[in-house]
Design a binder for this molecule. Sequence first.
Ligand SMILES: Nc1ncnc2c1ncn2[C@@H]1O[C@H](COP(=O)(O)OP(=O)(O)OP(=O)(O)O)[C@@H](O)[C@H]1O
Ligand SMILES: [Mg+2]
Length: 368
Amino acid sequence: MDAVVVEGKQGTKIFTLEGAEYAYRVLIESMNEGALTLSADKMILYANQRFAGMVKMPLGRVIGGSFRRFLSSEDWVTLRALAARGDKAGAKFQTLLNAANGTRLPVQISISPLAKSDTNQATVGMVVTDLTAARQSEELMRSLTHRVVQVQEAERGRVAFELHDNITQLLCAVIFRSQALVDKLTASNASSKKDAIKLRDMLGNTAEEVERITHDLGPSLLDHLGLVAVLSDAKAEFADRTGVSVKLTCTQLTARLPADAELALYRILQESLRNVEKHARARHVSVRLSQLGEFVQLVVSDDGIGFDQDSRAASRRGKGSLGLLSMRERATYVGGALKIKSVPRAGTEIEVLIPTAARGGKAARKSL
Ligand SMILES: Nc1ncnc2c1ncn2[C@@H]1O[C@H](COP(=O)(O)OP(=O)(O)OP(=O)(O)O)[C@@H](O)[C@H]1O
Ligand SMILES: [Mg+2]
């Protein structure tokens, strides 16, 4: 086929398929992507078989029709705007194609401007990539990450329980016995008494450390004290232990968040602080919790060495690491969104938005 003849109100129009030589056609027909050319008013002048297969329509019906029928009205506006921009480098957007059998196919459309002069010629070229498999892998990846987070949470709970119920009990008994020993030793055993006191104090410190680890592991404190108290606990413990100065600002929240949202925020803060300690070499950290309309926002920023989010080195470094991945998963799971901003030598900022009530993931992602 070298031309499309369209009978319209203003008579017959002939659209020529300039440049669609045999060799190119063979190439385009063998592609795994849909390929199309459109006229200025987005009528399909040429489409390959692959595209017809995507929209479940005979090729003869695809060619000569408007591309509009395959898009929602919102995405149609986007497509027209992108095509009108005529960006030489091309433009890409992701959408759902309405197929003739009523199904909707996730695709990426790449738009390239062709010619502008003659309205009877193809002015836009499009390559349509089926994203079904990519979406399925993303979905699988998300459910695996979620499972990892769930298992991690259950395991933390188990370890916290064991520590609290076994180790702490044992330590208390030993402290009690060492105190009895201190009491028993008289002034004539001054040196042994000194050692016994030292032993008792060391055991006391060990018990406190176990208690701290138990608190860190278990979310039970959240239930009793609420989010703000637990965040300020985590902040104080981190500052004491690492010597990094931490500024915590919390504005009054309009209502208490659902338990899973509070836990997500607490775990995200913990992991952010752990990353600061492990990687950032920061001197100052700022933690801000605020209410932004329907959302609670948590921002953790440091003035450390930062990292390059795009570089290969970063992805190699992050291989097998779960921190950033699980933070994002935790936020997404409670309907929120997480954004990481990091610049080498200029610090890192983690921003989380979580809806206060109903799960509004899309809205949270849009706001970030
Ligand atoms: N605050 C930060 N400052 C500098 N680099 C950071 C910071 N946070 C993360 N990174 C970089 O991003 C990488 C990925 O972080 P992530 O928390 O996912 O993994 P990890 O901390 O290496 O391992 P894991 O959290 O699983 O113990 C880190 O290895 C580090 O290079
Ligand atoms: Mg980490």
